[in-house]
Design a protein. Structure first.
Length: 299
């Protein structure tokens, strides 16, 4: 793997770590299987790119993308809590609807931003090449968002949100409105995912209606890898694991795509296969390790 490939994987790892934090919030904190992220990531990108191409400020475009993502998460929560639709089906319905919404927002399947101002433009040309600058910017954003999320999950409202996922009956008996906490959790989750989409669109210079395909798989892979590497003993440890898992996931993909076995080489079309193998390894290795330790203890 070349240095440029390594830095590119590092950039993607930090960029999609924001998305992975959103997935962690729903799957691990709220215990809500949310597939909305496959639509909210391109939604954030679509809103941001459209605003910029119409002459809008790139920073405002990110804020608008985040708000759009939060609305998408709220819609899923509304379907699940108010209309009593199965949470998995509710998220699938929102995800399907968002494909048409994203097309409507952009007016076409993709938008290029190569000649448009972005949030990265003021930082370029200041001594650091882009392949080093971009990962640093994404790392800084992830650090800020991670610290804010850690702080929020330790507030009274954040504790109520965590309790909703752990024991909804108990927290309801304490007088907490679980409908509100679910709506808040899904809104925050998809806001983070949309933030990731908006920043990715500006960094890669385009937004595409299909850029969210496989987002949920990548997010789950990052969460599972992080738990396998770091564990989930505390919120802070879990958040660090999610970010680390996202980086390791992207580095593993870059490594796999750069390795050749004679005439056989993996291509980007094998991405889903690589992801499946990584998830299987992350899920299977801890169990195998525990079994080996028990056998050694018995012996």
């Amino acid at each position: 793997m070349s240095f440029y490939t390594f830095m590119g994987a590092l950039e993607q790892g930090f960029a999609y770590a924001l998305m992975a934090l959103g997935v962690y919030l729903t799957f691990r904190v709220l215990d809500f299987p949310d597939l909305t992220v496959d639509g909210s990531l391109p939604l954030g990108a679509a809103v941001s790119a459209t605003w910029i191409t119409t002459g809008g400020d790139p920073y405002v475009s990110i804020a608008l993308g985040v708000v759009a993502g939060m609305v998408a998460g709220w819609v899923t929560a509304f379907l699940a809590t108010k209309l009593r639709i199965l949470h998995l089906l509710a998220s699938i319905l929102t995800m399907i609807a968002l494909y048409s919404v994203n097309l409507r927002v952009m007016g076409r399947p993709n938008i290029t931003l190569l000649t448009e101002p972005t949030v990265f433009a003021p930082l370029e040309g200041r001594g650091l090449p882009n392949h080093i600058l971009y990962p640093l910017v994404f790392a800084a954003v992830v650090l800020v968002c991670g610290v804010l999320l850690w702080w929020f999950l330790h507030t009274e409202l954040g504790l109520a949100l965590r309790a909703t996922g752990d024991n909804p009956a108990m927290i309801t008996a304490q007088g907490v409105n679980t409908t509100f906490t679910v709506m808040l959790g899904l809104a925050l989750s998809n806001g983070l995912v949309a933030l990731s989409g908006a920043l990715v669109a500006q960094s890669q210079g385009s937004a595409d209606v299909g850029m969210g395909v496989g987002t949920i798989v990548a997010g789950l892979a990052s969460v599972i890898l992080g738990e396998a590497l770091v564990g989930d003993g505390s919120v802070g440890r879990a958040l660090i694991g999610v970010v680390l898992g996202s980086v390791v996931y992207r580095l593993a993909i870059a490594t796999a795509l750069s390795v050749r076995f004679g005439d056989l080489a993996l291509t980007p079309s094998d991405l889903n296969l690589i992801t499946a193998v990584l998830v299987v390894v992350a899920l299977g290795v801890p169990g195998l390790r525990s079994k080996l330790l028990r056998r050694r203890a018995v012996a």
